[in-house]
Ligand binder design. Structure first.
Ligand SMILES: [Zn+2]
Length: 456
């Protein structure tokens, strides 16, 4: 393969970084650039100092929540919080509580209409609304920029955004802000056919963004497309994959096609960025400047490091609507080992998708949908895309986009794998489809369980 030149920032990058960014921040009254300076230091701060800082923030948040919101006053009646570790004894905050008690969660002194509404897409059913104050938003914005920079991207450089969010430039101000400051090149994922992906390629080749950003699966589909066409001229410094689990096989393809590192990122609308990979790629550094992240068992008790469980987050910054011990709905593993990159935050070493995406076996045990689809995908060359739907405990539907024509050998191989993974008693149907529908958010679910039971 010929060696194509790496994309570098254009002349306007430094104008944007040194002139428009500070000017715009001043005009808006946004302190995120000041926060960014702080975060560039705290990423290397002593971990014990960071934990001490977290405890100070948490103690204040707890007191504030109990004194100023009807919801936490009632929820934490009789509860005390005396250390950072003591957090694990407080009851969890559920999505249902946020849905039904949202008004009671807003602290005295905050006017709901002046807060930022964060709305989740409700991928597992009903959507969720959460309110965030301006200070918290600015803080998180600073964090996100720091993590973007881990890819080698510099503030002001163009970003290729493979993302389903066309309303982003709704008014002239947003448009101008993007032109001068964000410099996002929007590549809409709502429809990703060959003609659309060819346009992505042409746009990226011309605009030369130094980082590509998008859903893992959309990035992967685009990489596969480029490879099939022999395009080897998209050369960003790094790729940020987010919003869904990044499979190893997807990472390999992205690295090969775009000849750069892939930086996995994990976050959610409710609290923004939770963890982000650095150039050591040994896990995702927890965003300690904003969150306390725990991994817990089915009863909400913190698990020892290295064990998979439900991810629970506490947002240390949103005083308008405190979010304490919120169960995000995803499964992960934490490690306290230190990363070779020198940054001190602990690592999320494994992300195993959503709790709702686990498949239950007939013996009652659970398998992560992500690992299942990965396994099927790798073992069956006739499968281009796959979604597993658990209809009943002993009945699955396999939705398959075939790589070519679905042959008898493919069906036999699939049956063999199903017997190996699920035993002789599992019944199943195969639906051959032209494409697998993404959700409104542009995410794509690998596994859908219609059973009520969950492992955590
Ligand atoms: Zn690191």
């Amino acid at each position: 393969m010929s060696k194509q030149a790496r994309f570098e920032g254009d002349l306007f990058s430094s104008v944007s970084r040194n002139f428009f960014a500070p000017l715009w921040a001043k005009y808006e009254g946004s302190p995120y650039l000041t926060h960014l300076k702080r975060f560039e230091k705290t990423q290397y701060a002593d971990r014990d100092d960071m934990l001490k800082w977290q405890w100070e923030k948490l103690a204040k948040l707890f007191q504030h929540a109990v004194e100023n919101t009807a919801f936490y006053k009632e929820k934490y009646k009789g509860c005390r919080l005396e250390s950072l570790n003591g957090l694990g004894k407080l009851p969890l905050l559920t999505k249902d509580e946020i849905r039904s008690r949202s008004d009671d969660m807003i602290a005295k002194g905050y006017d709901k209409s002046s807060l930022f509404r964060m709305k989740t897409s409700g991928s597992t059913g009903v959507s969720l609304e959460l309110f965030m104050d301006e200070d918290s938003l600015q803080w998180k914005r600073g964090c996100t920029v720091r993590h973007d920079m881990w890819t080698g991207w510099k503030f002001g450089e163009r970003v290729g955004a493979i993302w389903g969010n066309p309303e982003q430039f709704a008014d002239w101000r947003a448009w101008l802000r993007n032109l001068l400051l964000l410099r996002h090149i929007p590549l809409d994922t709502l429809k990703m056919d060959e003609a659309v992906m060819d346009r992505y390629h042409e746009t990226l080749r011309r605009k030369r963004p130094t980082v590509l950003f998008g859903h893992a699966h959309s990035l992967y589909l685009f990489a596969k497309y480029c490879e099939s066409k022999g395009y080897d001229d998209i050369r960003p410094k790094g790729i940020i994959s987010t919003a869904m689990v990044l499979h190893d096989f997807e990472r390999v393809v992205l690295e090969r096609v775009f000849d750069c590192g892939v930086y996995n990122r994990y976050g959610c609308e409710e609290v923004s960025l939770i963890g982000s990979e650095c150039d050591a790629h040994s896990g995702l550094h927890v965003n300690m400047d904003t969150l306390v992240v725990e991994v817990v068992d089915g009863e909400g008790r913190p698990l020892p490091e290295g064990e998979a469980g439900a991810i629970v987050v506490t947002d240390l910054t949103n005083m308008a609507m405190p979010v304490i011990r919120y169960k995000v709905g995803d499964v992960g593993v934490l490690s306290n080992e230190f990363c070779p990159c020198g940054r001190t935050a602990p690592l999320i070493t494994s992300l195993q998708g959503r709790i709702a995406d686990y498949v239950q076996l007939t013996d009652g045990s659970y398998v992560s949908g992500i690992s299942l689809t990965e396994n099927f995908h790798m073992a069956l060359p006739g499968v281009k895309q796959l979604q597993i739907v658990q209809e009943e405990l002993d009945r699955l539907t396999f939705r398959i986009v075939p790589a070519g024509t679905w042959k008898k050998e493919d069906a036999t191989a699939l049956d063999g794998l199903i017997r190996k993974r699920f035993g002789a008693t599992m019944r199943y149907d195969v639906e051959l489809v032209a494409s697998i529908q993404s959700e409104d958010s542009g995410k794509y679910r690998f596994c859908i369980s219609k059973l009520g039971e969950q492992p955590f």
